[in-house]
Design a binder for this molecule. Sequence first.
Ligand code: GUN
Length: 297
Amino acid sequence: MTRVLDGNAIGDRIREDLRGCVETLADADVRPGLATVLISEDPASATYVSMKQDACEDLGIESFHHELDTDAPAQRLYDRIDELNDDPSVHGILVQMPVPDHVDDRTVLERVAPEKDVDGFHPENVGRLVAGNARYKPATPHGIQKLLAAADVDTEGKDAVVVGRSDIVGKPMANLLIQKDEGGNATVTVCHSRTKDLSEKTRGADVLIAAAGVPEMIDGSMLSEGVAVVDVGVNRVDADTEKGYELVGDVEFESAREKASVITPVPGGVGPMTITMLLYNTVKAASRRSGVEVDLP
Ligand code: GUN
């Protein structure tokens, strides 16, 4: 029997524990605050940011939203980040990626104060993660670790294959999976657009993380029996629906589920976990800065 993992339910359980942390902070007059910054006209990015804001408010985290015109000068964004770095009510800052071409994304990531970098994208935080001493684990790969743990998928000694090498998912996922730590200890292969014979690699996977952003590129014929499949892809493809599109993952769900022991759906798998772990990092940031200890889930 294949288990289809419910990211909403697993995420909700973690959020309930985080609610307790927010209450502990409130008892000490600390209210976590997250600033989101959007400089994009992409409707998907706007949707993600508004979901993040709603999730904050639901948990009692203060949310500050900053929207800049897509063609605003890059310096205006950098100045805004500086202001947020200096604002004591803001514990975490998230600049929604991707930013427009005229903005240098490396400058953006380096501009956010490392202590407020709840995405974990600042080079200092990337370095700490690689060194096994993470301050903030990036939300999507951290959420995937929590999903696998909730499904009793032990990664220790397993062959994990990560398809995709983005800075947001693929690279940090591979790094977390090789750590000598809970949710790690795997033997990791990272595949990407230049990989020769992708199927040969994916068939060797006990745990497969699909994060390439290519609709349904992994199908059941590329998988071995019993694999745990995590689908990070959220791809809009044209469809005869009210919105004119539907969301599909990087995995062709029906054929993959015939091989998998566990599999995440799209939507409702990884997405809710990403938001949950962003809340986690924001609570952690508030706890670290205030010195009020909380029992993070
Ligand atoms: N764009 C896609 N995923 C993310 C994320 O986790 N954080 C930010 N800042 N931008 C993203």
